[in-house]
Design a protein around this ligand. Structure first.
Ligand SMILES: [Zn+2]
Length: 272
C-alpha cells in the first residue's frame, strides 16, 4: 500500500509535468473506480491541471475552475506518465489525456482504488472517511501530537496507523518508525512516558523525511509506472528472519489478518 514517501514522490514527479496542461479527453476502462461517476470525469476535458497536494493517503489534483480530483490508490493503485502511444501495462483503470501528447494513466491490479471529482474544498467532506481524518503525519506539530495521543489507550502500532489519530502512516512505515524509536509495536500508550512520546514524534518525522528523499531520488531517476511503492530502503519491515541493523538479533515477523508486523525484541522490549 502506497504510503507518505511513495505519494510524495509521485506528487513531486507529476506536479511540474502536469502543471498548466489541459485535458483533451478521459477514459475509464474500470468505471467503478471513479466513485463520483465517469460522466463527471469526462467534463475535465478542456480544463487545466494545477497544483497537487496530499492529505494522508489521498492525492489532490487541483483543476482550474476550482474543482479537485481526489485519488486514494488503496493497495495496488499505480500511476503512469507516458506518451499517448505507449503500450498499456497492468490492469488499466483510468486514463487522463493532455494537450502535450502525454497521458496520466492509473492501473490497479486489485481494483480497489478510489477516484472522486469534487466541486471544491467545501465538498471534500462528502468523500467517505474524509470527515474523520486526523491531521496529516507531516503537518501535525509535536504539541498537537502529544495532546492527541494522551487520549489513546490501545497498542502504539494500531494508534499510529489509525487515520483518525493522524493520517498517512500505514503498516510498513509504522514498523520503521517504531524500530527507530525503539518502541515495541504492542506497547500501550499508558506504559510510555513523555520522553518516549517525544522520541516517537521525532522518529516519525525523521523516518518519513529520509524516506521521502530516497523515494524521490528513485522516482526522478526511473519514472513512474513500474511500482506503486518503493521499499528497498526499509530496515525492518518485511525483513523478518534477517539481523536487526542495530543489534544483530533476528527480526521478528508476526502476521495478523494478512498484514505483517516486524520488530526487534532486543531493541524494542515490551514493558506491560
Ligand atoms: Zn535490534
Amino acid at each position: 500500500m502506497p504510503e507518505i514517501p511513495d505519494l510524495e514522490a509521485i506528487r513531486h514527479y507529476l506536479m511540474p509535468r502536469l502543471d498548466g496542461l489541459t485535458v483533451t479527453h478521459t477514459e475509464a476502462p474500470i468505471p467503478w473506480l471513479v466513485r463520483t461517476g465517469t460522466e463527471g470525469l469526462a467534463t475535465l476535458a478542456g480544463h487545466r491541471f494545477g497544483e497537487i497536494h496530499r492529505l494522508g493517503k489521498f492525492l489532490l489534483f487541483f483543476i482550474d475552475a476550482g474543482r479537485i480530483l481526489v485519488i486514494n490508490p488503496m493497495l495496488t493503485g499505480r500511476f503512469h506518465w507516458v506518451e499517448a502511444g505507449a503500450k498499456k501495462t497492468g490492469r488499466m483503470g483510468v486514463i487522463v489525456a493532455f494537450d502535450n501528447g502525454h497521458e496520466l494513466r492509473y492501473s490497479d491490479m486489485r481494483r480497489m482504488g478510489r477516484w472522486y471529482l469534487v466541486a471544491g474544498p467545501e465538498e471534500l467532506p462528502t468523500i467517505p472517511q474524509w470527515p474523520t481524518l486526523g491531521p496529516d503525519a507531516m503537518a501535525v506539530t509535536e504539541d498537537e501530537f502529544l495532546a492527541r495521543i494522551k487520549s489513546r489507550r490501545g497498542q502504539i502500532k494500531a494508534t499510529l496507523t489509525n487515520q483518525e489519530f493522524i493520517c498517512g502512516i500505514g503498516n510498513a512505515y509504522s514498523d520503521e518508525i517504531l524500530w527507530a524509536a525503539q518502541l515495541h509495536p504492542h506497547r500501550r500508550r499508558a506504559t510510555m512516558d513523555e520522553a518516549d512520546l517525544r522520541r516517537l514524534y521525532a522518529c516519525m518525522r525523521e523516518v518519513e523525511d529520509e524516506s521521502i528523499a530516497i523515494v524521490d531520488a528513485t522516482v526522478q531517476g526511473e519514472g513512474l509506472g513500474k511500482k506503486e511503492e518503493w521499499r528497498e530502503h526499509l530496515k525492518v519491515h518485511r525483513q523478518g528472519g534477517k539481523p536487526c541493523p542495530r543489534c544483530g538479533s533476528e527480526i521478528k515477523a508476526q502476521v495478523r489478518s494478512g498484514s505483517e508486523t516486524n520488530y526487534c525484541v532486543v531493541c524494542q522490549p515490551l514493558f506491560e
